[in-house]
Write a protein that binds this ligand. Structure first.
Ligand code: FES
Length: 72
């Protein structure tokens, strides 16, 4: 399932692309993998949906791929 993250205009975020952080924001859990976080600067106050499964083709954003995974 994706993580809904409230972002603020002009603020920088580092979104998780590995699916291991458990929050949608990078917490360093990717270390030792071939993944790295994705930098994002919000253009407006908004809610963004960050991939929580690590399989999105639009990483770091959710593209619905989690619905096609076995056991999800
Ligand atoms: S914890 Fe997933 S990219 Fe950093």
């Amino acid at each position: 399932m994706p993580y809904a993250i409230e972002v603020k205009k002009g603020q920088e975020y580092w979104f998780c692309t590995c699916g291991k952080s458990g929050t949608g924001l990078c917490n360093g859990s990717h270390e030792g993998s071939d993944r790295s976080p994705s930098q994002f600067v919000a253009e407006k106050d908004d809610t963004v949906y960050i991939c929580g499964c690590g399989h999105s083709f639009d990483s770091p954003f959710c593209d619905g791929t989690h619905k096609t995974l076995q056991g999800s």
